[in-house]
Design a protein around this ligand. Structure first.
Ligand SMILES: [Zn+2]
Length: 231
């Protein structure tokens, strides 16, 4: 009976150890970068890359427009300076200037579109950065809380392991072996007996088993094999 009581105590300690270990495992899973944070960083990086591309496109279009403008100016100079007198040649220049001016208008429209995209991307980056900053702050606080909880749980586990050792030292090696063996097979090794029934399998126990258990023997349920505790 006394032995069964000690094993029951041991079981309570083991259950608590298991509970604390599960908490510790959950904390380990939560420590480290969160998926939301990784996603937000990825999105910001993609927007920054896009901004670099559209800014480069803006510079290219500005250069192309500038080129077209100076070519048109040179042709206009030839057309209106009076140096070229041949009508056929003048007509050619006039047509060329017309084509180039149309191209320039296209470039200027394109430039406006690119500039709009640059501004929109800058706005998105600003919003994304703010969002990321907020997420990082929350994540930091969460990580700190988790680290504190981790240390606390480790401390509790340390205490429980000491308690386990103390309880174990009061149990015979044979009884401990029975306990560990039953625990690995059944999960719960020690069960209470209530109204003559084993609480592990719910079957009514033979009177002889109950008497032996009452007398202080380490008795196992003849049906499910668990250690009986009459306390
Ligand atoms: Zn049983």
């Amino acid at each position: 009976m006394r032995l069964a009581k000690k094993l029951y105590e041991l079981q309570q300690v083991d259950l608590e150890i298991q509970k604390q270990q599960e908490i510790l495992d959950e904390i380990s899973r939560q420590l480290g970068e969160s998926e939301a944070l990784i996603k937000a960083k990825g999105e910001l990086l993609a927007e920054e890359k896009h901004l670099a591309e559209v800014e480069k496109r803006q510079r290219d279009v500005e250069w192309e427009s500038e080129d077209l403008r100076s070519t048109v100016a040179k042709i206009n100079d030839k057309l209106y300076s009076g140096k070229v007198k041949n009508p056929k040649e003048l007509l050619g220049f006039d047509q060329e200037a017309g084509i180039l001016k149309a191209k320039l208008r296209q470039k200027e429209d394109e430039l406006l579109d690119v500039m709009t995209e640059v501004e929109a991307t800058q706005d998105r980056i600003k919003l994304d950065s703010e969002c990321l900053g907020k997420l990082e702050g929350e994540w930091q606080r969460e990580q700190e809380a988790l680290t504190r909880k981790q240390a606390e749980t480790q401390g509790q586990l340390g205490g429980l392991n000491e308690k386990r050792q103390a309880v174990t030292s009061e149990v015979t090696p044979e009884a401990l072996e029975v306990y560990e063996g039953t625990r690995s097979k059944k999960g719960q090794a020690v069960v209470r007996v209530e109204q003559g029934r084993c609480q592990g399998c719910r079957l009514t126990l033979p009177v002889s088993e109950l008497q032996r258990a009452r007398a202080g023997d380490l008795v196992r349920c003849s049906s499910c094999g668990r250690i009986l505790y009459l306390g």
